[in-house]
Design a protein around this ligand. Sequence first.
Ligand code: KIV
Ligand code: ZN
Length: 531
Amino acid sequence: MGKNNAGIKPVNPVRAESDRVIIFDTTLRDGEQSPGASMSLEEKVQVAEILDKMGVDVIEAGFPIASSGDFNAVKQVAKIVKEASVCGLSRASLKDIDRAGEALRDAVNPRIHTFISTSPVHMKYKLQMHPDEVLEAVTASVTHARTYTDNVEWSAEDATRTEHDFLCRCVEAAIKAGAGTINIPDTVGYTVPNEMFALIEMLRERVSGADSIIFSTHCHNDLGMAVANSLAGVNGGARQVECTINGLGERAGNAALEEVVMAINTRNDVLSYWTNVDPTYITRASKLVSAVTAFPVQPNKAIVGKNAFAHESGIHQDGMLKNTQTYEIMTPESIGLKESSLVMGKHSGRHAFKEKLKDLGYRLADDDFQDAFKRFKDLADHKKQIFDEDIEALVDDQVSQGSEHIRVVALTVIAGTGGPQKATITLDVEGQHETREATGEGPVDSIFNAIKEIISHNGRLALFEVSAVTAGTDAQAEVMVRLAQDGHTFTGRSADQDTMVASAKAYVSALSKLQAKLQEAETAHTIRIVE
Ligand code: KIV
Ligand code: ZN
């Protein structure tokens, strides 16, 4: 089957293509742009893999000109994604577009997304360009992007605060130059649903060539209306929604993918559209994005919050027992949330463990599987009941720490009312074992001080968060740490039954990434000096 003008393959022979809403995920680009949410290359690849599996149509993997890290991420994601179109963002400059084209070279279906601001305030103060110059840049950028791919998206940054006549002229120019997708961002989260509906409808009515392209929404959540605005845009005729897992994104975030998809699925009587997303991947994707960014999901967050399916009050529980439909408009299973199921105990064998991993969506290479099995056995020796969440925490921990060059080998902590609290830690730093001891204001401070004795650094602790993976006093503790230095942030996450061990491992994980970044910068500096 061929593609439409937006470069997306038809996938469902039963449902009309005209009712399909293309899901464009920008967790790896706009999501990562939110302060503190940076992800390593390996983490971005992990997220891209799950987005591809869940049926997202377009994965915006980064902004290749922004940094070598972004460039490499787009390049790597382009290589591994099998089904989705992989997209790279670029400003309206030819250099940006060349960089995006280069990063996307290996993609099966590459998309270049080029944008320029069109609102009076952005043109005057940010771009310092005359509207005619902006219009020329629209044509030039889309034309240049088309030399790399047929699949070009153009965005009018700050579209919702743009004068309608000028917006129509820009959109028309972009279509004429060959853009197959026209994105209408609510960059500052300013619009309201009926305005978004009318804006898309107006563009479809007034712009020549509008019926040959796909209109898209890209809504930020500053007034808490990103999802409502996106869906209003769809009602107005948009057929692509740009969104992120957990609503991650600049400031108050972007429209949340899980909310858009589940609103369409749950209220299909009034939102008679469909998407290609398999919602049973939602829970896993949400947990992964939260883990790799160290951005916890608020408990009452729609769809993926811990309490989204919890029924605490007596009246609600009573109703639920009589009929789940009394208080549940969608089932937990529909988003891949399984009842916390009891996993095998310490007598379970390799085969059962492998089946469980498969069930949870993990496919590990043989060595990794052997490691995971050993860690599962160790945990089972100490914890009576092991749940799915324990297995997930254990494997995620292993995956996130697999590529790090610093590891925790041993830790002893003295804590309690007597003081002083003291920690002795042994780290493996690129194969060399080093041990140091330090005191501090409490056990965690002592551990971090001891680590600093081995690896001196200027990273500032921007986040330290502990949560329990399951219920029970023998639960594993999940610790998230964020270190900040020179405008960059580095996150680490770990799970262990011992909260102090998890804290040390999470800190070391973040530090490992910080060190890698410093080394990368040093290498780049050396290369420049040699050049
Ligand atoms: O919010 C915005 O306007 C953007 C564009 C680059 C699409 O993220
Ligand atoms: Zn945005």
